[in-house]
Write a protein that binds this ligand. Sequence first.
Ligand code: UD1
Ligand code: UDP
Length: 398
Amino acid sequence: MKTQKVMVAFGTRPEVIKLAPLILALQDDPRFSLTTVFTGQHRDMAQPMMEWFGITPHHTLDVMAHKQPLAQLSSKLLNGLHTLIDAERPDVMMVQGDTTTAFMAALNAFYAYDYYVRNEIDQSHGRHTCKIAHVEAGLRTGNNYAPFPEEVNRKLIGHLAHWHFAPTATAAEALFAENITEQVYVTGNTVIDALHLTCGRLAASPRPMPHDLPLDKPFVLITGHRRESYGEGFQHICEAIRDLAQRYPAYNFIYPVHLNKHVQGPVNDMLGNIVNVWLCAPLPYEDFVNVMQHAHLLLTDSGGLQEEGPALGKPVLVMRELTERPEGITAGTAKLVGTQRDNVVASVAALLDDPAAYAAMANAVNPYGDGLATQRILNILHGESPAANTFVPEVKAA
Ligand code: UD1
Ligand code: UDP
C-alpha cells in the first residue's frame, strides 16, 4: 500500500487536544506522510495546547476576530483552506468533532474533486478525491439548535466523510440511524489518549497549582462557553454560582473563563468580587488537567470535560438541556442540570451535602475510551481489520 498523505486541520482548543495524539503518531508512522494546518479559529487558547504536545503546524491561517458572525468565520476558512488543499493535494483530510474549522475543512476536502479537474492535474489517472476521516463521529442530541451550530456541523461532516471514527457504540448507532453504514468504526475517544499522556507526564514531574489557585478548601471547577447559553443562560449560570459560593463558604469555586466576549462580560461582571470565587484565564492543558485532578466536581457545559471527568473519577454536572454524550449519564458519572439557577444550585448542593450521592457518581465506569483510540484509527486508515481495532468499554462488576 502506498504512503497515504494525510492533512490534519484544527482550529480550536479541544481539536488540538483531541488530535494531538493522532498528529504525534502520524508524524512517526512510515505508513503516512503528514501535513498539519492550524486555522487560528482560537488564536490564543489553542497555542498553549500545541506547545504542551510539541506540535508546530506546517501551515497557519489567521481567521479569528471578536464577535464575528459564523458566516464570516466560515468564508475565511473556506478561502484559506482551499489554497492549502490545492497546493498539498492530500489523500486524506482528517477533522475532529463539530467546529466550524472541522466542517469547513471537510467541505473543502470534498470540493477538492473540482480543483483537481480545474487544474488539469492527474487527469490521466481520473479525478482525484480527498477522502475525509472524521474523528469523534456520530455524536448527536437530535436538536439542531443544541448545541448550535455544532449539531448541524457534525451531521453534515457525517455525510461528507469516508471514515467515521465513532468514540462509542452509541455514536455508531446514531450514524446507522442516519443511513451512514459504511466505514463506521468504534475506536474510543482520542481525548482519553491525550489525557493519559498528560497524566503520565504530570505524574513524572508534578507541578504546582497555576496562578497560586488555592488548595486550602475543596473546590468546584467550572467552565462554560456554549453559544445557546449566551445572554440569559450565562446570567442564570452566574447567579447560581453566586448563590452556591454564598451557601458553601467551605468550598472554593474555580472558573477559568473562556475568552469569548459573550462569556467574559457576564462572568466578570457578576462573579468578579466574591471571596471564594476564583476567576482566571483559560489554562494550558497540563495545568487544567492538574486542576481537574484536584477538583471535587466539575460544573460545565463542555464536551471534553464530560469525557475527562469520568476518566478522573470526578462527577460532572452538565449545564445544558441536552447532551450528545449520553454514555456518561447512563453510567452515572454525569447529570444534566440545565442552566436554570435553582436547578443548578440544587444539583450541586445534592452532591456537596450527600457524600453517598457524591461517591456514587465519582466511582462510576469510564465509557469513553481506554487510551488506544489513536492506534486503532491509524490501523483502520491503513486498511487493517476493524475487528482487531474496536473499543469495547469495561463493564462495571455488579
Ligand atoms: C468553538 C466551537 C465549539 C467548541 C469551542 C471550544 C464553533 C462554531 N464552535 O466555540 O464547538 O466547543 O470552540 O472552546 O466552531 N476567543 C479569543 N481567543 C481565543 C479563542 C476565542 O479571543 O483563543 C474569542 C473570540 O472573540 C472569538 C470567540 O471567542 O470570536 C468565539 O470563538 P469561536 O471559535 O467562534 O467559538 P467558541 O464559542 O469558542
Ligand atoms: N481545557 C483546558 N483549559 C481550560 C479549560 C478547558 O485545557 O482552561 C480543556 C479541557 O480539559 C478539555 C477541553 O479544553 O479537554 C475542552 O474545551 P472546551 O470546553 O472549550 O470545548 P468542548 O469540549 O466543549 O468542545
